[in-house]
Design a protein around this ligand. Structure first.
Ligand SMILES: C[S@@+](CC[C@H](N)C(=O)[O-])C[C@H]1O[C@@H](n2cnc3c(N)ncnc32)[C@H](O)[C@@H]1O
Length: 307
């Protein structure tokens, strides 16, 4: 089961209009999409996911609420093109709830979790022909070390990369547990005490397999360009690398030119097209943190088109 994160906060931030057009870029198990659909009796919801299992499960769930929705099995990197093909030029609100869903993590066979022994996979899109197996078995030591350090912020990246390359000289690394063993051998005992030793490396490999960070900046800019005046873009992130990208894109979109920044009244033509709805990101309440551990590192940032 997937428990939606920052559900009320993100849906409220969209200021949903009954006849509006909304886009959920990360449908998952339709927690957010369901809430949007309940509020748009006369509008329409377009929802993207690159995972066919998520599309199938959500199609059923949403049909119980209404029929005014379209599901699109695609990476949100193609958001603009896909909507254009459907004749949609401008929308009232867009939501991103990034990362993986709990069912993806919990399904043993998908190889996302270090808790289950499975083939190295981690593809969100099961039709892609690039998986964790390819990263682990074909990247150079230098590349492995870079992604584990950069995307996992893992202190022991060099030693993990070195041991991966040593191990695969004997035979290919096939499973999650083989990789977990290599990671464990690459760290001092004290580093394994608090959190699972493979957590950061698995995050890094997952980000690489799904190109999660490469496409985020351009997708956010595309999303912003699709908003009507008054339209809202809300983004939920789960780790600092994602959040930094969102923060910087939003800063760029809402930036006031330094030439006019201090003026008592800024001429219309110098005003940016967007404004930040909250200066600080919205984080989960104590209640939510207690009920859903997965929400612990989540942050919601929101911008609105003002002209
Ligand atoms: C955190 S879950 C969303 C959960 C959903 N909001 C809910 O409440 O049920 C993220 C979903 O987005 C999908 N996803 C992640 N990156 C994507 C991308 N670049 N393009 C399309 N779907 C993506 C994943 O497959 C996953 O199903």
């Amino acid at each position: 089961m997937h428990i939606s994160v920052l559900l009320k906060e993100s849906i409220d931030s969209l200021e949903i209009k009954e006849d509006g057009i909304y886009v959920d870029c990360t449908l998952g198990y339709a927690g957010h999409s369901g809430e949007i659909l309940k509020r748009i009796k006369k509008g329409h919801l377009f929802a993207f996911d690159q995972d066919q299992e998520a599309i199938d499960a959500s199609s059923k769930r949403l049909s119980e609420i209404g029929s005014n929705f379209t599901l699109i099995k695609s990476n949100f990197a193609y958001l603009k093109e896909k909507l254009q093909e459907l004749g949609v030029e401008k929308v009232d609100g867009i939501l991103f709830d990034l990362g993986v869903s709990s069912p993806q993590l919990d399904e043993k066979d998908r190889g996302f979790s270090y808790h289950y022994d499975a083939k190295l996979d981690m593809r969100m899109d099961q039709t892609s022909n690039f998986s964790a197996y390819d990263v682990v078995n074909s990247y150079s030591e230098k590349e492995l070390s870079r992604i584990i350090f950069q995307y996992g912020e893992e202190k022991y990246a060099n030693s993990i990369a070195r041991n991966i390359v040593l191990a695969r000289k004997q035979r290919p690394i096939e499973t999650t547990f083989e990789l977990v063993d290599i990671i464990k051998k690459s760290m001092p005992e004290k580093a394994k005490r608090d959190k699972h030793p493979a957590r950061k490396t698995f995050q890094a490999i997952r980000i690489e397999v799904n190109h999660e960070l490469d496409i985020l900046e351009s997708s956010l800019k595309d999303a912003a360009s699709l908003l009507k005046v008054g339209g809202v873009l809300a983004v939920i992130t789960f780790h600092s690398l994602e959040d930094r990208i969102v923060k910087n894109v939003f800063k760029e979109l809402t930036n006031i030119d330094s030439m006019v920044k201090g003026l008592p009244s800024i001429p219309e033509e110098y005003l940016p097209d967007f404004r930040l709805v909250n200066h600080k990101p919205i984080i989960p309440s104590e209640d939510e943190l207690q009920q859903n551990n997965r929400s612990r590192s989540s942050k919601l940032r929101v911008i609105k088109r003002i002209k």
